[in-house]
Design a protein around this ligand. Structure first.
Ligand code: AMP
Ligand code: GLY
Length: 428
């Protein structure tokens, strides 16, 4: 156990980081919480500082000046860029994997090869750096098929191609440089059928602790139609993740991955977020992320009773063996309130009012994702702007509280989906 009080620095600025900051701020182990760069919501629970996460020396210097003993990295970009390696070299404890272990998210081909080597269930695939061989591979495949940029493409690098012509076009777009170096290699994989779920586990390099499941709504339109987004809403737990599915996910996917990473000399420490397809044959891995999900974190944090900071410290210290987390039996649901235009070019600059009235609804927390404060006003400043989040006895109650709160927000520049949670509620 850790009884030392400490200053903590959180890296990031989205709804995920607001939820993490809200939870970290409740920790009895915390003295001061800093967030770089943060946002106006985070500023209510932490001190926001304008230090650039891409400038590793500046982050380290900040930690030394402010006596920061622990750094929590929210987004994937600084992880893939090796921020934690720099912190480790400077002797600063941190939550988040090394650059080498972050390849589980940074390269889809890397993860697919690891799955193949260790018999981890995932879609059959090919990896290609030239269009001719990628297209030749299509000749032997069935459609639809999935074409993915290998690297980080901010959620835009995946195309589900209905036929060969669409797949060839997606290969050309990717290898033609649409995603920069992230698309220098393309992964072509079988289309999996089933229900998607997100699953989160803490990993300390050797030991694995299951957290919880969630489901998000990636499409912008109701009934899960229209273009993909970063996520328009989420709820937890995911009904499809029965205890049996959780066991199979842990045994067949998460544990073998963590063992393989340790055996490769690149142990994974942090939170492993498995994007799963629950198929007729059981859970299959769609992709890994090496950080918490956004907006899944918003619902996870509302359900977590245990101290998040203590759990993150145990993860960093390799102390997860026999560690327990206490989760509420309540469900949680979040609705993303996005700016008109999202996921294309969002309209910025409109004023948002009524946040205090919204927050007073029972069980509700409002997390900021893309706002800025101008004097006393809150202004929309991004695509996903707010995450209106609620707890309830079940998904239906959490949903009705979240929409009740959202309807108290006075914002002419925003839109949301009205059907977040439909699949879970439809199950009855
Ligand atoms: P990813 O960025 O890899 O999570 O992919 C984005 C979305 O594309 C996923 O959430 C799925 O909805 C879909 N997708 C990706 N790969 C597959 C696949 N092999 N089969 C079916 N759907 C997929
Ligand atoms: N909501 C999906 C993600 O965070 O990648």
């Amino acid at each position: 156990m850790h009884f030392t009080l400490m200053n903590v620095l959180l890296i990031g600025s989205g709804g995920r980081e607001h939820a993490l900051a809200w939870k970290l701020a409740q920790s009895p182990l915390l003295t001061a919480l800093y967030c770089a760069p943060g946002n106006p919501g985070i500023a209510e629970v932490a001190t926001c500082v304008a230090v650039d996460a891409a400038d590793h020396a500046a982050i380290i210097a900040f930690c030394r000046t402010r006596d920061v003993a622990f750094v929590v990295v929210g987004p994937e970009v600084p992880l893939v860029a090796g921020l934690t390696d720099a912190l480790g070299a400077a002797g600063i404890k941190h939550f988040g994997p090394s650059r080498a272990a972050a390849a589980l998210e940074g390269s889809k081909g890397y993860t697919k090869d690891l799955c193949r080597e260790h018999g981890i269930p995932t879609a059959a695939y090919g990896r290609f750096t030239d269009a001719t061989s990628a297209k030749a591979y299509l000749a032997t495949q069935r459609f639809p098929i999935v074409v993915k940029a290998d690297g980080l493409a901010a959620g835009k690098g995946v195309v589900i191609a209905a036929n060969r012509a669409e797949a060839e076009a997606a290969i050309d777009v990717c290898l033609g440089g649409a995603f920069g170096s992230a698309g220098a290699e393309v992964v072509v994989e079988d289309f999996l059928e089933g229900e998607e779920a997100s699953f989160f586990a803490l990993c300390d390099g050797r030991n694995v602790l299951a957290m919880a499941s969630a489901q998000d709504h990636k499409r912008v339109g109701e009934a899960d139609t229209g273009p993909n987004t970063g996520g328009m809403g989420a709820y937890s737990p995911a009904p499809v993740m029965t205890p049996d599915m959780v066991d199979r996910t842990m045994d067949d996917i998460i544990r073998p991955t963590v063992a393989a990473m340790a055996a490769r000399g690149t142990p994974f420490r942090g939170v492993l977020f498995a994007g799963l397809m629950i198929t007729a044959e059981g859970p299959k891995l769609i992709e890994y992320n090496v950080r918490f999900g956004d907006p899944e974190t918003q619902v996870l944090m509302l359900r977590l009773n245990s101290d998040l900071l203590a759990a993150m410290l145990a993860t960093a210290d390799g102390d997860l063996l026999d560690y327990k987390l206490d989760w509420s039996d309540d469900a949680a649901l979040t609705v993303v309130y996005a700016a008109e235009g999202y996921p294309g070019t969002p309209m910025k600059g409109t004023e948002i009012r009524g946040l205090d009235a919204a927050r007073s609804v029972e069980g509700v927390e409002i997390f900021h994702a893309g706002t800025k404060r101008v004097n006393d006003r809150i202004i929309a400043d991004g695509g996903r702007v707010l995450s209106v989040t609620a707890r309830g006895r079940d998904v239906a109650e959490a949903q009705s509280r979240a929409y009740k709160a959202l309807d108290r927000i006075d914002w002419s520049g925003g839109f949301c989906r009205r059907d977040i949670g439909w699949r879970a509620i439809g199950r009855g």
